[in-house]
Ligand binder design. Structure first.
Ligand code: SAM
Ligand code: FES
Length: 355
């Protein structure tokens, strides 16, 4: 019998657990179709392209699941200079991208002054483009400086919403409380904010996933990143099982139903876990893809997990390949800024300084 997911925005944790378990054990086709229909109400068939620039794999943190964690002596470290980052944007802008996502480990080389200079320079050279940062936990003052410099959006996955699980994935110096506080700070400052979590991370229970949904319902982020956990050979989780693609798609669809206007990427991890993972993600409610604009010579060094896809292609090849895949899945590649649909146009223009 079909499960009723209509009331998802007011379900208790227990009810959310039952919903997740039901679709784990049954055919989720109806859930995916409902999620796809909801996303079409707000965004039609559009799939927004974001140019991802992985600009440094140095990190001061030691997240147990992550291939670029500080303790991994086998990682080949690199960082791009501000000039190299700008060159990636230049290349991306010529290809049509109007959002640049700057992602890195928590690399202290990029002081607030350096980061703000990079943001200001990107915004002044490409005033029609949005800048998204994904560079970890910072003080509220630092986030304010990034925002004043012109950054528009910030991605910071909460990773898991319950303390005991968080503690099994992270060293003692990192706390869920601080990560959540960062997300609330970012929202208060005015960023379009992205949270999110891995599916199938070690020790994760259905209750954890239900709590992730509850946290997203509380935070009401503009973006949600969800991907399967994939082990990395140089971490303590090297021999753990990867997260299930089916369960990842179920969580993605439930998030779409809970936050109908959210921007949700079909992640590279999903494409790594299943050759058609990204297409399946779109059909379960995702509406963003993030092809890589980083220099090819460093791509494979930004290895968060094993066997990451798209590390060998030039940006233009990635773009052409993804555009083709999206069109053949029945969706429309879209290269506009692709803001959250609650954001007014005037606001975006005033933030870019062109109006
Ligand atoms: N340092 C920034 C931060 O902490 O948000 C951004 C970089 S971090 C590597 C980006 C995301 O990669 C994390 O939020 C995590 O969810 C994901 N990630 C890391 N290791 C992973 C793994 N083994 N499998 C799947 N995703 C992983
Ligand atoms: Fe810092 Fe993964 S541990 S980016």
């Amino acid at each position: 019998m079909a499960k009723n997911f209509e009331g998802i925005s007011s379900m208790s944790r227990q009810e959310l657990c039952e919903l997740i378990d039901y679709y784990k054990n049954n055919d989720p086709t109806e859930l995916f179709a409902a999620a796809d229909a909801v996303r079409q109400q707000y965004y039609g068939k559009k799939v927004y392209f974001r140019g991802l620039i992985e600009f440094s794999n140095y990190c001061k943190n030691g997240c147990y699941y992550c291939g670029i964690r500080n303790g991994n002596k086998n990682a080949v470290r690199y960082r791009l200079s501000p000039q190299e980052i700008l060159e990636c944007c230049e290349k991306g802008h010529k290809l049509g991208f109007r959002t640049f996502v700057l992602q890195s480990g928590e690399d202290l080389y990029y002081t607030d002054d350096i980061m703000c200079k990079i943001i200001t320079e990107i915004k002044s050279r490409f005033p029609d483009s949005a800048v998204t940062l994904s560079i970890g936990e910072k003080s509220k003052e630092t986030y304010e400086r990034y925002f004043e410099a012109g950054a528009d959006r910030y991605l910071l996955r909460h990773e898991t919403a319950l303390d005991d699980h968080y503690a099994k994935l992270h060293p003692k110096n990192l706390s869920l409380e601080n990560r959540k506080q960062c997300l609330f700070n970012l929202k208060e400052i005015g960023f379009q904010v992205g949270a999110g979590f891995m599916v199938g991370s070690p020790y994760q229970t259905t209750e954890n996933l239900a709590a992730d949904l509850e946290f997203l319902r509380e935070l009401q982020p503009h973006m949600v990143g969800i991907g399967p956990f994939i082990p990395h050979k140089d971490t303590i989780f090297a021999h753990e099982k990867a997260g299930s693609v089916k369960l990842t798609l179920i969580m993605l669809a439930l998030v779409r139903l809970m936050l109908p206007q959210a921007l949700i990427p079909a992640t590279t991890a999903l494409g790594t876990a299943d050759p058609l993972g990204r297409e399946k993600g779109l059909k379960a409610g995702a509406n963003v893809v993030m092809p890589n604009l980083s220099p090819v010579e460093h791509r494979s060094d930004y290895a968060l997990y094993d066997n990451k896809i798209c590390t060998g292609e030039e940006a233009a090849e990635c773009l052409a390949c993804l555009s083709r895949r999206i069109a053949s899945a029945g969706y429309e590649p879209d290269f506009s800024r692709g803001d959250h649909c609650s954001i007014k146009f005037e606001y975006c223009f005033s933030r870019t300084g062109t109006n």
